[in-house]
Design a protein around this ligand. Structure first.
Ligand code: GLU
Length: 474
């Protein structure tokens, strides 16, 4: 493919609110390949405007997972760059100044409505079968009648007439009636920008030429296009990648599949296999060749040829590719990787307090610790469901535990202890009907080390995977 003459600048803009998601790696791969093909620059921008949900540990994990895959960036919070801070929480003054610019130009307005009023408006709209949205109560509020010191948000003054069009590289022109677009909040009452404002301002200031992002953002794009117009800026090229899906075609979710990159890294998926797999989700190298490297992809990739199908995140396919790449691993790499990843010093140190009193010779280590090293377990011959309870009730309780465990932010023994007790009480199950079955599900044995310490070492993804794996039989 011939290189474009324009300066190609791409960005990935994760919000550090959870584990690094496979969807992020998928979108990053396509940004990365297009960028390399065109001698462009790839920017990592951390979108941490949600103060409650953003966590530094999540940002660190996102970065280390992308590095593990070799998807490196040219500018970002860790390496810097010429465009100021690359973390949105450090760019507050920039957003405030831009909001002021829109207010001065009459393209935005202050809204003093309380959340109680907004709730009432929504309830009334619902009762009338209308689409919910802001009723523009403050849009034409004369300056004199504005409360002097009440909290306010700033909203965009979306044109009441006309249409907004944009071109999606894969889908062509997308057009929406402006009256269907809400007067979006740009600046929240706490002075922080919303995603829409910060994203547009930064993409413009960082001179992003192409926005390649997940399909779930397509409904935000008209709002962004209106914002570019309000500022008098040229919008970048937009391309929305088709969503990854579970085998049942639903949107990929951690309810059905592990979605964290750290899970796949720990499982022993090789970066080359993961990248090859993710590439196949959106693009074909040729009709006959499924196995290719990122360098080979770079040679043949054509942005416009990304498929719009519904790519299925199929674990069997990933394992098939991984087996291929594992066979290419040399003896030195085999030994080093097993030492560094599977039998690492740090992992063995975590096992030390759990196993040292349970072994009678070194040989017994493998037998006692097997479940710390494998994935799915065998449950034949284990009576897991308590005799006092129908299987359906037990399974329902374990399903609700999956959700509860997903919400545990500090994954450690003490927190887990509190969370499990609370969950058990909410189910009104006896301790013996709760803890022993759970132990059997996550360790496959009755005589495991203490439960919550074991859960801590196994990690959230593995624990949730085993519960899900057990439940799939019922
Ligand atoms: N912060 C958004 C996210 O978490 C970025 C979406 C975009 O790329 O515009 O995915």
């Amino acid at each position: 493919m011939t290189a474009l003459t324009q300066n190609i600048r791409l960005r990935i803009a994760p919000s550090p609110t959870g584990d690094p998601h496979v969807g992020l790696a998928y979108v990053t791969l396509f940004n990365y390949v297009f960028c390399k093909q065109n001698n462009g620059k790839l920017v990592l921008r951390i979108e941490d405007t949600d103060r409650e949900r953003s966590k530094p540990s999540s940002e660190a994990n996102i970065m280390s997972s992308l590095k593990w895959l070799g998807l490196n960036w040219d500018e970002g919070p860790d390496v810097g760059g010429p465009y100021g801070p690359y973390r949105q929480s450090e760019r507050q003054a920039i957003y405030q100044q831009h909001v002021q610019q829109l207010l001065d130009a009459g393209k935005a307005y202050r809204c003093f409505c309380s959340s109680a009023r907004l709730d009432t408006v929504r309830t009334e709209q619902r009762a009338k079968g209308l689409t919910t949205g802001y009723d523009r109560h403050c849009r034409e509020l004369p300056a004199a009648s504005a409360p002097a010191s009440a909290p306010f948000v700033v909203r965009m003054k979306v044109p009441l007439e006309g249409r907004t069009d944009f071109v999606d590289t894969l889908r062509g022109v997308i057009s929406i009636d402006n009256h269907q677009v809400d007067d979006q909040v740009l600046l929240k009452a706490d002075g922080f920008p919303t995603y829409h404002l910060a994203n547009v301002v930064d993409d413009h200031l960082m001179e992003i030429s192409h926005v390649i992002r997940a399909e779930e953002w397509i409904s935000s794009t008209p709002k962004h296009v209106l914002l570019y117009a309000a500022f008098g800026w040229k919008a970048p090229v937009f391309l929305h990648m088709p969503l990854l899906r579970n085998p049942d075609k639903s949107k990929i979710s951690k309810r059905k599949n592990p979605v964290s990159l750290t899970y796949y890294q720990r499982k022993g998926i090789l970066p080359a296999a993961m990248l090859n797999f993710l590439a196949l989700m959106g693009w074909s190298y040729s009709e006959t060749q499924e196995i290719f490297t990122v360098a080979e992809m770079q040679e043949k990739f054509i942005l416009e040829k990304i498929h719009l199908g519904s790519p299925i995140f199929d674990l069997q396919k990933l394992l098939w590719l991984n087996q291929h790449y594992l066979q290419l691993v040399g003896e030195d790499e085999f030994v080093t990787t097993l030492r560094q990843q599977v039998f690492s010093d740090s992992y063995l140190r975590k096992l030390y307090p759990l196993l040292r009193t349970r072994m009678d010779c070194w040989e017994s280590f493998v037998e006692k610790a097997d479940f710390f090293f494998t994935g799915a377990l065998q449950y034949q011959g284990l009576a897991i469901c308590p005799t006092s309870m129908p299987q359906a009730d037990f399974s329902k309780g374990m399903e609700s535990l999956l959700l509860v465990l997903d919400e545990v932010y500090e994954w450690n023994s003490a927190t887990l202890e509190a969370v499990l007790n609370q969950h058990r009480e909410s189910l009104q199950w006896k301790p013996k009907d709760y803890f022993m079955p759970l132990r059997l599900i996550v360790t496959g044995r009755k005589d495991s080390p203490p439960l919550t310490e074991t859960l801590e070492v196994l990690g959230r993804e593995m624990v949730r995977f085993r519960i899900r794996d057990y439940l799939k039989n019922f």
